[in-house]
Design a binder for this molecule. Structure first.
Ligand code: ATP
Length: 507
């Protein structure tokens, strides 16, 4: 699995999906750029989210707020005081780690041991294997489960109380060592604020310290009154936004999973106090359905209920996906109470109330939030789509291919049009086909190398359709269409292409 992840990262670079930022200067840690195919995939992910949130919900509207916000915003939201990670340094390697991440890794190790036992048993017993029973009776599984449960309970409590001394004690008790030096020679656990600060205005004028937003949500909260009034919105209603967020993350690893500059797609849904749990459940189901509609293996998704709630929340759940490095959060669904709006009301002195004509009462609305990282969703999609396959090549020889089985709606390029040879009017014919389709679909023209090589190139970037123009095309206006996943080919009329493609690339 680790190996697969390395291959995926290499593939993303080789095929123009993701590059390390400023690579010619050896890169900048945890910052990445999206290449020619990456940007298209990213845009398609954003469109899939935006359309399903804003276009399909009559009472959800969009917003695009600034990255810079008045500094008091972050005092009101609690980010100045409480947006901290617990950090520990290894004295030998001089590397800094998040204490909670080290402990989570230890938990994952117990889980991996359990998975390994199950895999082994599956191989041994074949069809007759009863996994549930095995989990309940196998002594090695039970021993690891016991360790996992003990550690998990202690860890949750320490995180809940932000008990820094106990976090360190856990690291000692569970003999957790630095992954680089292999030693347990640690400093104490300290807290570190994750917001990036900069200055606005020149120092001579008295510059003021401002922050790069660590979440897009606050831009929505401070605009609540503007949108509610100008849009004449009635509760319940939502505001959706896609935009950059910045966090000075300490553990820069796992590629685009945890970045310092990333993009979020957030929606705040404003509801009547007391109805928040009902909406929390509704959005939980809606969001999971959105993920599953992409058609990837459903067993790779799960909910993870939070034991440790943020200072503003009264319920929280993550949608987790089984990445090559284990189940991890892709999206958070949070019941944020009226914490943020109340805080902004207090700090700004502006009344943020909603008059609810149905119950004849004014109140500060409660909020359900759905928050997903574009980049993390990107990683989820490419992890799920990346496939290495043994296939039958030319002359019946064994061959292999790497294919990105992306949902056609998300694929960066929808079709590649290829003249069989570079003469006899075939290139012109191929370009004419592109001219009729390019306003609707992202098309690529490719005439270089053998047809087989061209197919492989398109497989590697996930293009669902390859259209080949040959001599027969010039005579009867038919082409071959080759389907990425099945590799089947059929002869179709040029005039049918638009409908065939359209049917498959729309949600
Ligand atoms: P984590 O526990 O992984 O740090 P979080 O719980 O702090 O995440 P939220 O603050 O709830 O995350 O942010 C919502 C979403 O934004 C996450 O589900 C994730 O998809 C994305 N996200 C958060 N931090 C990062 C990051 N550093 N890089 C990329 N995406 C991120």
């Amino acid at each position: 699995q680790e190996d697969l992840f390395k291959k995926l990262i290499a593939h993303c670079k080789e095929y123009g999906f993701v590059f390390p930022s400023s690579e010619i200067y050896d890169g900048l840690a945890a910052v990445y750029d999206y290449g020619q195919y990456g940007v298209e995939l990213k845009n398609n992910i954003k469109k899939y989210w935006w359309d399903s949130m804003v276009l399909l919900h009559e009472n959800v509207v969009g917003l695009d707020s600034a990255i810079f916000m008045h500094p008091t915003t972050w005092k009101a939201s609690g980010h100045v005081d409480a947006f901290n990670d617990p950090l520990i340094d290894n004295k030998d390697s001089k590397k800094r780690y998040r204490a909670d991440v080290l402990i989570e890794d230890q938990l994952a190790k117990y889980e991996a041991k359990i998975d390994k036992e199950i895999e082994k048993a599956k191989k041994k017993f074949g069809d007759s294997f009863d996994e549930a029973k095995f989990r309940e009776t196998n002594p090695r599984v039970l021993a690891n489960l016991e360790k996992w449960t003990e550690l998990h309970e202690r860890f949750s409590k320490a995180m809940n109380d932000m008990d820094l001394a106990d976090l360190k004690q856990i690291i000692i008790d569970y003999k957790i060592v630095c992954p680089i030096s292999g030693t347990s020679n640690w400093t104490d656990v300290r807290q570190f604020n994750l917001m990036f600060a900069t200055e606005m205005g020149s120092t001579a004028d008295g510059a003021s310290k401002i922050y790069l937003r660590p979440e897009t949500a606050q831009g929505i909260f401070v605009n609540y009154l503007n949108v509610q009034k100008t849009g004449r919105m009635k509760i319940p209603f939502g505001i959706a936004q896609i935009g950059k967020a910045f966090r000075n993350e300490i553990v820069a690893r796992q590629f685009i999973f945890r970045m310092r500059e990333f993009e979020q797609m957030e929606m705040q849904y404003f509801v009547r106090p007391g109805s928040e749990m009902e909406w929390f459940e509704k959005w939980k189901a809606t969001r999971m359905a959105w993920h599953k509609a992409l058609g990837f293996d459903e067993s790779n998704y799960r909910f993870h209920e939070h034991e440790k709630l943020a200072h503003y929340a009264n319920a929280a759940v993550d949608v987790e996906y089984k990445f090559p490095f284990g189940f991890k959060e892709v999206e958070g669904i949070h019941s944020r109470t009226n914490f943020d709006l109340s805080q902004h009301q207090e700090f700004s002195g502006k009344k943020i109330q909603y008059y609810d004509p149905e119950i004849n009462e004014s109140y500060v609305p409660y909020v359900i939030e759905t928050s997903i990282g574009v980049d993390r969703m990107f990683l989820q999609v490419v992890s799920a789509a990346y496939c290495e396959e043994e296939i039958e090549g030319a002359n019946g020889k064994k061959d292999s291919r790497v294919v990105m089985k992306l949902p056609p709606a998300l694929a960066p390029v929808k079709l590649a049009v290829m003249p069989l040879v570079k003469k006899d009017g075939l290139p012109e014919k191929a370009r004419a086909i592109i001219d009729t389709l390019k306003y609707e679909f992202n098309c690529r023209y490719d005439e270089k190398d053998s047809i087989g090589k061209r197919y492989r190139r398109q497989d590697a970037v996930g293009t669902p359709f390859c259209i080949t123009v040959d001599h027969q095309t010039v005579e009867d206006d038919t082409v071959t269409i080759r389907y990425r996943d099945s590799m089947e080919q059929e002869r179709v009329s040029i005039s049918d292409l638009r409908n065939i493609i359209h049917d498959q690339v729309s949600f």
